[in-house]
Design a protein around this ligand. Structure first.
Ligand code: AMP
Length: 132
């Protein structure tokens, strides 16, 4: 059982800001910024790959509401919306969840500094490999 299932079942406490039949939203216990929220599916899907489109779409609707609330309630200037998928990405809890992190001008947080670059012609090659 994942830690999020225990939270959904009420077996361990959380600070809940939203709940419906599909998902809950709680504060992350180790916030990257105060107000850092997790929108968590009630059914367990390890990653976005296993989750049905309707669930993801619904969760993104709630993410949009959380983003709005962070702007209104916390005076946030922006948010980061992040999903880690599989351990290689840094995912610790194998239960679909979307991080929503409030951001403020000049808060000094940097999640995605560039860490590689393309050699000549390589971007086109990656473009071909990833073309959908
Ligand atoms: P991820 O690395 O995307 O799997 O993120 C898992 C997140 O869950 C981390 O940011 C943790 O701080 C958070 N987390 C773990 N246990 C709890 C808990 N009991 N209540 C709230 N957040 C939690």
């Amino acid at each position: 059982m994942t830690v999020f299932e225990m939270i959904i079942n009420g077996d361990i406490p959380s600070t809940k800001i939203y709940e419906d039949d599909v998902c809950i939203a709680i504060l992350d216990i180790a916030p990257r910024a105060k107000g850092h929220t997790l929108v968590i599916s009630k059914k367990v899907y390890p990653t976005i790959a296993e989750a049905p489109y309707e669930t993801i779409a619904h969760m993104m609707d709630i993410v949009k509401k959380v983003d709005q609330k962070m702007r209104e309630g916390l005076n946030a200037d922006g948010t980061n919306v992040i999903i880690n998928n599989s351990p290689a990405s840094g995912q610790e809890v194998p239960h679909l969840h979307i991080h929503v992190i409030p951001r403020f001008k000049d808060d000094g947080i940097s999640f995605f500094p560039p860490s590689t670059e393309y050699a000549d012609g390589e971007a086109a090659e990656y473009g071909r490999m990833l073309k959908i």
